[in-house]
Design a binder for this molecule. Structure first.
Ligand code: ZN
Ligand code: ZN
Length: 204
């Protein structure tokens, strides 16, 4: 069989963060009940931005998986449900492998690369180094998460997916507890499963 490889980089990345709005809601509600307020809609709003450096394991996604993404930049991830879902699952698997707290690792996608970075103010907590050193494991955990999850037939989901219908997954496999621009909507479990089944390593 043909071997498919993903190339990896470990190092410091420079990120520019811009706050362009905020979420409004009650703290004890789930985030999908929150209202998104764009700063643009407020006359008194000024975007707040800062730069920070973070250690990161950066995953170069083979171009056949990213060639359909037309625009790059911060919004591109939510336009492609495949890359979006793959990113969520990578973060979930990384949290399992590193046994870390919910926000110790975060991810962003830009120009064909998914960056899994140490999400602390000083930019280093050791998580991304563990991800780099154990990347084969990460990919296998990713595959198991989506392959072994029994959604959408899970009773608690109370939803049966019909033939041809899109299914985004569930809190046990593809949803993230980190900030998500689409609030865990517009995901594709099927596309993520397809991707991870190509790159998982057969256990010996
Ligand atoms: Zn699931
Ligand atoms: Zn998301």
């Amino acid at each position: 069989s043909k071997t498919r490889k993903i190339s990896l980089r470990y190092g410091l990345i420079d990120m520019k963060k811009i706050i362009t709005g905020y979420l409004k809601g009650n703290y004890n509600d789930s985030s999908d009940k929150f209202e998104t307020i764009n700063g643009d809609s407020l006359t008194s709003w000024n975007d707040f931005s800062w730069n920070s450096k973070h250690y990161s394991t950066s995953i170069v996604i083979p171009s056949e998986f990213t060639s359909k993404i037309k625009t790059d930049g911060k919004k591109s991830i939510i336009l492609d449900s495949k890359i979006h879902t793959i990113t969520h699952v990578l973060v979930n698997a990384s949290k399992i492998l590193t046994k870390s707290e919910s926000n110790d690792i975060d991810a962003y996608y830009e120009n064909g690369v998914i960056h899994l970075f140490d999400n602390t103010s000083d930019g280093y907590n050791g998580c991304s180094k563990m991800i780099y050193d154990n990347f084969e494991n990460i990919m296998n955990i990713c595959f198991d998460l989506v392959n072994e999850c029994d959604c959408p037939t899970d009773e608690k989901q109370k939803k049966q997916v019909l033939e041809g219908e899109e299914w985004g997954g569930c809190p046990k496999c593809t949803f993230t507890t980190n900030y998500c621009q689409t609030k865990n909507k517009k995901l594709s479990k099927k596309d993520a499963l397809e991707f991870f089944s190509i790159f998982k390593k057969d256990k010996k």
